[in-house]
Design a protein around this ligand. Structure first.
Ligand code: ADP
Length: 586
C-alpha cells in the first residue's frame, strides 16, 4: 500500500476531486444495502400474507429510485477518480519529458531509448491504474466490504461469522499471488523494455541491416526476444488468472456455509426467511469487495514497481544546470578557450590538452584535424553539453564564463549544425524553422537559398510542405546536411557552429554556401570544424588539432607558408581533387 503514500502529493493537490469521489463511492455502498433489505421485507410480508398492492408499489418505487440514484452517482465517481488518474498520467509524462530534455548526453549513453519509452508508456499506465482502479478497489474492499459485513452482522452475527470463515484463506492466497505477481511483472516489464529498444534500433538501422543482408539473422533475434516477452507475460497471466477462480471458490464456500447454517437457523426459528434472503443477497454483494481486495494487491504491486522505476529515473539529477545567480543575458565579445585538459565523464582518455584560443567577436575560426582529434568536443563544450571542471579550465564569452550564463540564454544565442544532421518527420519548412518557429515562409526560403538547398526543395512533390520520412529517410545525405545548415543560419545567432556539415556537398554548392555564410555572418562569430581545408580557407584564424592539442595556428596563407601539417594536408587534398577531376600527369 506504500504506493498510495508515494502518490499522496498528487492526492493532496486534487483533494476535492478525490474526497468527492470517495464520498460518492461510499454513497453507492450505502444505497446498495437498500434493495436486499426491501426484498427481505417483501418476502416476510408474503410469508405472513400481509403484502398489499400499495406496499408492493411503494417498495418497487424505492428500488427503482435507488437504482437511478446509483446509476447517476456511479457515473460521477468514475469521472472524479478516473479523470484524476488521467491528470496524474499527464503530469508524470510531462515531468519525464521535461526531465529527458534537461539531461546531458551522458545520461543517454547509460539509458536505452526502449527503456525510456517503456517508462513513459507502460509504467505511467500502471501508475494511472493505481490512482484510479487502485483507489476504487481500496475503498470498495475496505469501506464497502465493512459496510456490508456490519449490516450482515446486524441481521445475524452468528451467521456472519460462519459465512466469513473462509476469508483468512483468501488473505493468504491474495498475499502470496501478489508477491509472485510483483516479481514476474518486473521481469515482464524488463523484457518489454528490451524488445522496445530492439525495435527502435531495427527501424532506425534498417538501411544498414538490409545493406549487410542481415534481415534473417535480425528476424531470428527478434523472434527470440519476442518469445521471451510472451513467456514472461504468460507467467504474469498465469498468476493473474489464478486470482478470479481462487476467489470464486472461496465465495462459493461462503455461500454454502451461509445457506446450510442459515437454513438450520430458519428451521429452529432463530432467523426468518426474509432475513435469510436479505443475508444471502448481501453475501452476493460482498463478492465485488472481496474481488476488489484481490485486485487491490495486484494493482498496487504493479503500481509500486512502476512508480519505483519512474522515481529512480526522475531521481537522476541533471549534471548540466544553471548556477545560482547565472546571467539570463548572453554576454557579447570574444570567445576564449582556456582548457588545461578535458576528458569525457567516466573516461580517463584526455581528449583535449592545453587549448588556449581567442576568437574575436565577428571573426570566423576554422578547426581542422583528423577524425577523433577533438574538433566536435571543442564545439560541444561551448554549447555546455559537458561542463569543464574548475581544474580543467574554462570557456568565456566577453570575459564571462559560460557557466555563469543560463543554459537558455547561451543556447538561444548559439546555433549548431552537428555532424549527423537530425531531421524530424515533419515538413521541410518545419524542419528548417525548428530553430526559429516564428520565421515567415520568405525567411525560411531565404535560409534554404543560402544553404544551397532551395532548388532541391522546389523539386520535392509538395515543395516546402513535403513531409520527410522519419529521420529524413527520403533525403540524400547532402540534402539533410544543407537543411541542417539552413536551420542553423535562419535565426542569425551571435555564434554559429558548423561541424563538418559540408562533407556530403559537391564543390560548386559548397562555394555558394560558404559565400552566403560569409555575407550573412558579417560581424558575427562563426566556428567551422571540418576535415576539408577548402571550407575554411577564408577564415580569420585556423587551428590544426592533433590528438587534442593545437599543433598549428594562423591564417590559411600563414599556415601554408609554415610548410608543416597544414601544408601537408593541403597538398594531399589538392592531389585528391585533381584525381577526382580526371587524374594528374605523372
Ligand atoms: P572529431 O570531431 O575531431 O572527429 P571528437 O571531438 O568527436 O573528434 O572526438 C575526440 C575524442 O573524444 C575521440 O577519441 C572520441 O573517441 C572521444 N569521444 C567523443 N565523444 C565521447 C564521449 N561521449 N565519451 C567518451 N569519449 C568520447
Amino acid at each position: 500500500m506504500r504506493v498510495f503514500l508515494d502518490l499522496m502529493w498528487f492526492f493532496r493537490q486534487h483533494k476535492t476531486r478525490y474526497i468527492t469521489g470517495i464520498v460518492l463511492l461510499i454513497m453507492v455502498a450505502l444505497l446498495s444495502l437498500i434493495p436486499p433489505r426491501i426484498v427481505g421485507l417483501v418476502i416476510n410480508a408474503l410469508t405472513h400474507h400481509q403484502l398489499t398492492h400499495a406496499k408492493l408499489y411503494r417498495d418497487l418505487l424505492i428500488i427503482l429510485v435507488t437504482a437511478l440514484l446509483t446509476y447517476g452517482i456511479r457515473y460521477l465517481w468514475r469521472i472524479m477518480l478516473f479523470g484524476g488518474a488521467i491528470q496524474l498520467a499527464t503530469e508524470l509524462r510531462t515531468k519525464l519529458y521535461h526531465h529527458f530534455t534537461v539531461m546531458a548526453p551522458e545520461f543517454y549513453h547509460h539509458k536505452r531509448t526502449g527503456d525510456l519509452m517503456a517508462h513513459s508508456t507502460n509504467d505511467v499506465q500502471a501508475i494511472q491504474e493505481t490512482a484510479s482502479e487502485g483507489v476504487l478497489t481500496l475503498v470498495d474492499s475496505i469501506v464497502t466490504g465493512s459496510v456490508v459485513i456490519t449490516t450482515m452482522a446486524f441481521l445475524n452475527w452468528k451467521l456472519t461469522i460462519v459465512s466469513l470463515l473462509p476469508m483468512p484463506l483468501m488473505a493468504y492466497a491474495v498475499t502470496r499471488y501478489g508477491k509472485m505477481l510483483h516479481d514476474r511483472f518486473y521481469l515482464a516489464q524488463a523484457a518489454f523494455s528490451d524488445i522496445n529498444d530492439r525495435v527502435q534500433e531495427y527501424v532506425s538501422g534498417i538501411r544498414v541491416i538490409r545493406a549487410f543482408g542481415q534481415e534473417d539473422w535480425e528476424r531470428q533475434n527478434f523472434v527470440a526476444l519476442s518469445r521471451d516477452v510472451v513467456n514472461k507475460s504468460v507467467a504474469v497471466a498465469r498468476i493473474d488468472s489464478l486470482f478470479d477462480p481462487t476467489i470464486s471458490v472461496i465465495v462459493g464456500l461462503s455461500y454454502f456455509l451461509s445457506i446450510a447454517v442459515g437454513a438450520m437457523f430458519v428451521v429452529h426459528g432463530t432467523l426468518n426467511l426474509g432475513n435469510l434472503t436479505t443475508f444471502t443477497l448481501y453475501l452476493g454483494q460482498l463478492i465485488w469487495p472481496m474481488l476488489a481486495f484481490g485486485f487491490l494487491f495486484n494493482i498496487v504491486e504493479r503500481g509500486r514497481a512502476s512508480y519505483e522505476r519512474v522515481e529512480n529515473l526522475l531521481a537522476v539529477s541533471a549534471t548540466i544546470t544553471n548556477k545560482p545567480g547565472a546571467k539570463d543575458q548572453m554576454p557579447s565579445g570574444s570567445v576564449a578557450y582556456a582548457i588545461r585538459q578535458f576528458s569525457y565523464p567516466g573516461s580517463t582518455h584526455l581528449v583535449l590538452r592545453n587549448i588556449s584560443l581567442d576568437i574575436e567577436q565577428g571573426h570566423t575560426l576554422g578547426i581542422v584535424g583528423r577524425t577523433g582529434s577533438g574538433k566536435t568536443t571543442l564545439l560541444r563544450l561551448l554549447l555546455r553539453e559537458f561542463d569543464l571542471k574548475p581544474e580543467e579550465g574554462q570557456i568565456t564569452i566577453g570575459g564571462v564564463s559560460i557557466q555563469d550564463v543560463t543554459l537558455n540564454a547561451l543556447r538561444a544565442n548559439i546555433a549548431y549544425a552537428p555532424q549527423d544532421a537530425f531531421i524530424f518527420s515533419q515538413s521541410v519548412a518545419d524542419n528548417i524553422a525548428f530553430s526559429c518557429p516564428q520565421a515567415s515562409r520568405e525567411e525560411i526560403m531565404h535560409a534554404a537559398y543560402q544553404a544551397g538547398v532551395l532548388e532541391d526543395i522546389e523539386q520535392f512533390p509538395d515543395g516546402f510542405d513535403t513531409i520527410v520520412g522519419e529521420r529524413g529517410t527520403n533525403l540524400s545525405g547532402g540534402q539533410k546536411q544543407r537543411i541542417s545548415i539552413a536551420r542553423s543560419i535562419l535565426p542569425n545567432t551571435e555564434i554559429l557552429l558548423l561541424d563538418d556539415t559540408l562533407s556530403a556537398v559537391d564543390a560548386r554548392t559548397e562555394t555558394h554556401i560558404l559565400e552566403q555564410i560569409k555575407n550573412v555572418r558579417l560581424g558575427r562569430t562563426t566556428i567551422i570544424a571540418t576535415h576539408r581545408l577548402k571550407t575554411i580557407e577564408h577564415a580569420d584564424q585556423i587551428i590544426v588539432l592533433e590528438n587534442g592539442v593545437i599543433a598549428e595556428v594562423g591564417t590559411h596563407e600563414y599556415l601554408l607558408s609554415l610548410g608543416g601539417r597544414y601544408w601537408d594536408m593541403y597538398q594531399r587534398q589538392q592531389l585528391e581533387t585533381q584525381v577526382e577531376r580526371g587524374g594528374v600527369e605523372v
